[in-house]
Write a protein that binds this ligand. Structure first.
Ligand SMILES: NC(=O)c1ccc[n+]([C@@H]2O[C@H](COP(=O)([O-])OP(=O)(O)OC[C@H]3O[C@@H](n4cnc5c(N)ncnc54)[C@H](O)[C@@H]3O)[C@@H](O)[C@H]2O)c1
Length: 375
């Protein structure tokens, strides 16, 4: 296959995929950018030398694949437009911002020959990869409890220097519920090899920056199909140092806890291997469990090096015709609990079912010759 021509929609976050692509220069190249903001456009074209297109559709005409790194509410319209033209999509998180968007996206994926992948980068952090491989090997036994936290004080990101609201004002803090779930839910679902079937969502009230619709702290409880319990916290407003990648898990044969502060190490306790009642550094298991493919992080790759990998897995999946690690169903399993959490929040934390996108009929049977059974 010839070099994959990749376009970028949304320059600032789009640029964070470049580091991961360097090792893949023989397989893919950036071929253009669509970015409405003149300064962001200038920065990207200066750094890469690629042309900037006036319209998103023009970008699609000249590429095989697109990285959708625009604000969240644009992900689905831009992914759908690409898939309808047979252009492969690597989408930033979350996959969608509403149930309606989620159905449209699913229908477009089912109706397209092009590939769709969610760029959930937190699944690729070193500790998360090691824990995932250990969980898969059964070292923690049967998993029944997990935690994920994304605590990131972002008050200055909600308006621009002119004081006007940014997209985050509406889509991240303008909604009551868990509005940014995939970084916390994604790794947990990988480890548990499961999906969330119901959520209950409550909040702490609005104290720090009460003009926003979201509570200072949001807690989403998720019940999985295998009856495990997940506790997922989001806080975008509270005054505190950030902690965007806290996780823990508990199984019948052991436990894992990520560090909560600088100077601490990720740690595990395994019934059959650790000294009695004593934690061990997770790193003691790195040689055996960190997958070889993810050992070398790209120079300059953000999010602890995790940004190296989503784009590489995407390029390989397109080239090799293999399933991407985070396909449409994995993407919606990570995204839908957050969308449904808003209904639960408004009903005082009532448990609400999270739909299984595999059973949705969106896009099935609408085009003669393309009918497929539900996944
Ligand atoms: N995976 C991660 O770790 C991570 C980190 C940051 C952001 N994100 C995601 O990346 C996306 C962008 O976030 P950001 O931090 O770069 O936001 P940002 O506000 O810094 O930048 C958004 C950019 O998108 C441009 N834009 C607006 N409308 C557009 C459109 N229709 N098409 C193309 N570009 C458009 C804006 O001009 C701006 O330059 C969001 O969906 C966010 O959730 C993910």
């Amino acid at each position: 296959m010839a070099k994959l021509k990749i376009g970028v929609a949304g320059a600032p976050r789009g640029a964070s995929f470049l580091a991961g692509m360097h090792a893949y220069e023989g397989r893919a190249e950036i071929a253009g950018v669509y970015e409405p903001d003149p300064q962001a456009r200038h920065d990207f074209t200066t750094a890469t030398g690629v042309p900037s297109l006036e319209r998103y559709e023009e970008l699609l005409e000249r590429v095989d694949a697109v990285i959708v790194a625009s604000p969240q509410h644009h992900h689905v319209p831009q992914a759908v437009a690409a898939l309808e033209r047979g252009v492969h999509v690597l989408s930033e998180v979350p996959a969608a911002v509403s149930l309606e968007q989620a159905r449209l996206l699913l229908a477009a994926v089912r109706g397209s020959d092009a590939l769709y992948m969610l760029a959930e980068n937190y699944c690729y952090s070193r500790p998360n990869l090691i824990v995932g491989a250990m969980a898969k090997a059964g070292l923690f036994g049967e998993l029944y409890f997990g935690e994920g936290e994304y605590l990131h004080e972002m008050k200055s990101w909600h308006t621009n220097p002119a004081g006007q609201p940014t997209w985050r004002y509406f889509w991240q803090v303008g909604r009551a519920g868990h509005s940014y779930p995939t970084h916390s839910v994604g790794p947990l679902l990988q480890w548990f090899d499961d999906r969330i079937v119901a959520v209950s969502c409550v909040g702490s009230g609005r104290h720090t920056d009460p003009e926003h619709e979201i509570d200072d702290t949001i807690v989403l409880l998720g019940r999985t199909s295998r009856q495990a319990l997940l506790s997922v916290r989001l806080d975008l407003l509270s005054n505190r140092p950030h902690l965007m990648d806290y996780y823990s898990l508990q199984g019948t044969a052991g436990a894992y806890e990520a560090p909560r502060a600088e100077g601490q190490e990720p740690r595990v306790y395994l019934l059959d291997k650790s000294p009695s009642e004593r934690w061990q550094p997770l790193d003691a298991y790195a040689d055996d469990f960190l997958p070889k493919r993810y050992r070398e992080v790209a120079e300059g790759a953000g999010h602890w090096g995790a940004d190296s990998f989503p784009v590489r897995d995407f390029i390989d999946a397109v080239h090799d015709g293999t399933a991407p690690p985070f396909d449409i169903y994995a993407a919606l399993d990570m995204t839908l609990p957050g969308i449904v959490s808003e209904t639960s929040f408004h009903e005082g934390g009532a448990w609400k079912a999270v739909p299984n996108p595999r059973l949705w009929d969106a896009g099935v049977g609408t085009e003669p010759g393309r009918e497929a059974p539900l996944a």
